[in-house]
Design a protein around this ligand. Structure first.
Ligand code: NDP
Length: 331
């Protein structure tokens, strides 16, 4: 079984006296900076001179330019979006990256697919929370942990693993558990969830909506039943909390009988085959190359798909249901 590290395996003392430079103050940046500071560590924030820097200042952090934060810190927390990271790295981070510093990523993508190449004298580590930023902060405040994947890609100082574990402890993850994975595995799992599980699930949901609307049920009733009631979201939450089968006991016997007796009807080898294909394109780097080319071309396909999705009937059903039940449009 893969090793999972807990609080007792990590020593915050490794980071005592070292400044941690949190680069980016968004979803992960803000949550991780606050948690690291509350763990007694010395944190500065490197961010552009805008309202985000003001927010970091209001939260009591010393906030400066990315370049200055990198120059002043020992551990550089890479918490800006993956797609801007290579350019920001080349312009603002690399110049201040003296030997012996640690670059800590929250995602394996850019290292796994060779989008940026840190110098040889730098520790390259990863602490990737499996939790959105708001959850990282909330669970910390509740005294609870959350899972993360940690990795040491380059261990220039020989202390990479200790630093990764200390960061994982500082953000509150090792209260739950930090599992060691390679950068590539982390990136592949993440992309697979986005490219296989997410869209396959989306298609199942669309098929259910379409089936019921074709059968004459009002769109508003269908949307409430399947999505807006939050019932399915609640089941997913309970799957995470109790387990896949155990959560079934929360449902009525009618529901359990109906669900178990019909589930085999939806076994679909085509879905598994499409998922395998998606995984192969991710692992071979074909997806990363395609996405690089798309960005270089100015995102023509991406923008077209975003326009097209607004034309799908579900966009209108969604809007009209939200209006009818005064739920707000989410805009
Ligand atoms: P965000 O989109 O929330 O990052 C926003 C921050 O990045 C802001 O401070 C913003 O500054 C800064 N930023 C954006 N563009 C630039 C740029 N061109 N130059 C300089 N700064 C810029 O990122 P996330 O927190 O979502 O993601 C950070 C990392 O964490 C990524 O590697 C991601 O994969 C990983 N991760 C994210 C999770 C999540 O919950 N979102 C979960 C687990 C990992 P400004 O306000 O000045 O624009």
């Amino acid at each position: 079984m893969t090793r999972v590290y807990h609080d007792e395996d990590a020593d915050l003392g490794v980071l005592k006296g070292a400044t941690i430079g949190v680069i980016g103050y968004g979803n992960q940046g803000r949550a991780q900076a606050l948690n690291l500071r509350d763990s007694g560590l010395d944190v500065i924030v490197g961010v552009r001179a805008d309202e985000t820097r003001e927010q970091a200042g209001k939260d009591g952090f010393e906030a400066c330019s990315i370049r200055e934060a990198v120059q002043r810190c020992r551990v550089v927390m890479m918490l800006i979006p993956d797609e801007v990271m290579p350019a920001v790295f080349a312009a603002e981070i690399l110049p201040g990256l003296d030997r012996g510093k640690a670059l800590c990523f929250a995602s394996g993508y850019n290292i796994a697919f060779g989008c940026l190449a840190p110098p040889a004298g730098t520790d390259v580590i990863m602490v990737a929370p499996r939790m959105i930023g708001a959850g990282v902060r909330q669970r910390f405040l509740e005294g609870k942990g959350f899972p993360s994947f940690i990795s040491v890609h380059q261990d220039a100082t020989g202390r990479g693993r200790q630093i990764a574990l200390a960061v994982a402890k500082g953000i509150g993850s090792t209260r739950g558990g930090a599992m060691e994975m390679s950068f590539a595995q982390e990136a592949e799992l993440d992309l697979f969830t986005e490219q296989a599980f997410g869209p396959a699930f989306g298609q199942v949901l669309l098929a259910a909506i379409q089936t019921l609307i074709d059968a004459g049920y009002p769109a508003e009733a269908v949307m409430v039943e399947l999505i807006l009631s939050g019932e399915f979201a609640y089941s997913l939450e309970k799957i995470a909390e109790l387990g896949f089968f155990k959560q079934m006991d929360l449902h009525s016997h009618t529901s359990q009988y109906g669900s178990m007796s019909r589930s085999l009807n939806y076994m679909n080898p085509q879905t598994a085959a499409a998922m395998k294909q998606a995984l192969e394109a991710i692992r071979s780097g074909a997806f990363a190359r395609e996405w690089e080319a798309e960005k270089e071309a100015g995102l023509p396909v991406f923008n077209q798909m975003r326009e097209l999705r607004e034309l799908h009937p579900i966009a209108a059903w969604d809007r009209q249901t939200r209006e009818a039940f005064r739920l707000g449009t989410g805009e």
